[in-house]
Ligand binder design. Sequence first.
Ligand code: ZN
Length: 488
Amino acid sequence: MSNGSTGPNQAAPGPHHDPDANPDPAAGGSGATVERTVIENCAIATVDAAGTEYATGHVVVAGQVIEAVGAGPAPAGLRNVVRRVDAAGHLATPGLVNTHHHFYQWITRGLAQNSGLFDWLVELYPVWARIDEPMVHAAASGSLAMMARGGVTTAMDHHYVFPRGAGDLLGAEIRAAAELGVRFTAARGSMDRGRSEGGLPPDFAVESTEEALRATESAIDTHHDASFGSMLHIAAAPCSPFSVSTELLREAAVLARRKGVRLHTHGSETVEEEKFCRELFGMGPTAYFETTGWLGEDVWMAHCVHMDDADIAAFARTGTGVAHCPSSNARLAAGIARVPDMLAAGVPVGLGVDGTASNEAGELHTELRNALLVNRLRGGPAALDARQALRLATLGGARVLGRAAETGSLEPGKLADLVLWKLDGLGHASIADPVAALVLGPAAPVTLSLVGGRPVVESGRLTGVDEDAVARATREQARRLARIAGID
Ligand code: ZN
């Protein structure tokens, strides 16, 4: 990974160890010098509480944090500036935050193309049951590379398929995220309700309740880092009401609260899930989650498509978050989540790619546009605007992942997770409003993306991995899986 002090865009570098440099504000007054990056001459959408924007402005990055954001050029007299970026023709935004994904699906894209959720799952479970560590590492690298290239600086993954003897699958994902250099929430998923227990997955694809809880606790103890600027959080994440026992849901909530980590699952995704819950538990998914301890400000759920007014009120009352996944919901014809109603009620909402077996594109920046479009199909032209879509993908996502104090907006003191979108090319140059160009226009190229001040995309290329090598590895592992699973 680049150390941030070199690169093709660098101009007029200052000294690396200026004896007059200011002390690092992030180093607790230890007196250590801090290297500054100055970005100037670009439009800026801060996504702060007031929605402050600058037609032409600057961002000063000091170490891993943002030191200043404002209109016009950066203040004169800054010490220890190691890099100065002339960002003319660009829009600076906070880095995008993805709130729901299944990385391993990168190597099972394009299957069950015309199915709804339950049929799609039944076709894919036997394939997924054959994954192993090299496959998951390649798939995670592919998923992460695709997202990082498109402006994601905080990724998350919900991994819930753990075949016996498959190796350290969570470790493979964590390694891939570290190689890319993105901030990461790894949600240790689980399934323990096989078909013989009334669940949807085949029995060979599930773990025992005890195994799932033990492995989740071990993942937290081994990997979770709660410090400011942490690159890795762990969440506890039983998969869904139709693949998980009531006991596992209850016990996972107790475990997560004992350890101080967040809780994640799928909820209210389809009509079939609603029917399953009513038949098995005598209530809808939201009421069922409430009885198992699964509503709260430390919980976020993917989809939340089939929610009535009382369900939305329960999410708002408890601060339960939502990962809105418009492309996946459309691909599986699940329906359209009531995002405008959720926002009006005060529910925290972020955006999610979802697994790439139900969203083959695997990009978050195109989900801003899709969120706006599908919500207008349901709620009319005022349902969601471009700035609300950008907010969902940044500060909304950070809030859903419990990181709004650290990332999700460009404000002094927050982590320098930011993206420069190139908007002066063919696809965008004729749109005057840069936020509209980003959200409504074609996928905008990312020139520079910083995570904690460190470049993960530089001149449009990933700094941490060789993109072509990742592509080759994903093709190789997809073919290996197809062969082993007997679908090639
Ligand atoms: Zn999902």
